[in-house]
Design a binder for this molecule. Sequence first.
Ligand SMILES: [Zn+2]
Length: 399
Amino acid sequence: MPGSLRVGRIAGIAIEVHFSWLIILVFLTWSLAVGWFPTYYPGWPTNTYWIISVIASLLLFASVLAHELAHSLVARARGLPVRSITLFVFGGVSNLEREPTSAGVEFIMAFVGPLTSLIIGGVCWWIGLRLPISPTQAVLMYLGITNLLLGVFNLIPGFPLDGGRVLRSIIWGITHNMRLATRIAARVGVAIALLFILAGIWFFFTGNVFNGIWIGFIGWFLLQASQAADAQSRMETLLSGATVAQVMNPNPVVVPPYISVRALVEEQILSQGQRAVAVVEGDRFVGLVTLAEVRRVPRDAWDRATVRDIMVPRERTVTARPDQDLTEILPLMASRDINQVPVVSGDQLVGMLSRDRIVQYMEIRRGLGGARTADTRQPWPPHDLPGQTEDRDRLPHAS
Ligand SMILES: [Zn+2]
């Protein structure tokens, strides 16, 4: 997520903090120190309120992290690589490279997060109830209540909340149709998000301004995420059954590896508007060169450097086979933010798959009535086309 700071690594998973979380940390500490603790535990010195507020905020941060780690560790144990965990204003997200491949895996992965929150909350609450009133007891009670709320909130059955994923996995398990399950869970998510927004407006106009804004914001965030999930599932429906060969450009622009970077820029990139060019030696595909590689070469070196010097060699290029399913290659393009995928048969380059071609193909298929469920109220193209946004492959949920 842009605007995130890497703060460390736990079990090999990068932990990042988004700047919005730091704002919330300050705000939370302040509201605990002047609101919550003095209200429920009156008569303590001001310093005590501030110290326990800082501790309680940081421990809440640790609880949200534990919730995310539970998702991520289960995902990894089930063979789904996890890149990082980002903590932001509404909680946390685990950034997965792929979506779960079976209903059972999705169920466990989604459920273990709220379960962790409920266990932390239950234990803190149970201990807190048995201790005499003290600063430690106050912090434990606060953590107990917030974690229990966190667990319950995340079990609300609307996508993208954990509960929505649980719902999706159950429908998926019963119907064996993941897209249908996603569609239903996303629609429930939209409905719940709208309820949140309405509740926010109601609170706002009945004098509870702060809670109104906060609930409204959560609703807005949920609405964005559930609509994106819905759009993605619709896109997958449009592309289902299509192979790479049907969508690729069968006559891509190619260059030999020995030409200079200047020749590449002037003859291909500038005059033909190519953003990525396949490098072919004889008949063999040897690499890919894109604007990103050209940008790294200083202008005065353009005559000396050759395409071979700067290209991404074949071993490090994501390629597709012509007979591959398009829906198989799309998540890969999305998670690595790739716009072009060379299509290779054996050693030979047979085409180029690009984001533009995919969008074009979808539009044609839609025009032919390929999508009975196409909904014109939704933004088009969907926001989760590869390369358009950075967060389409996440496992988002507000915590
Ligand atoms: Zn979660």
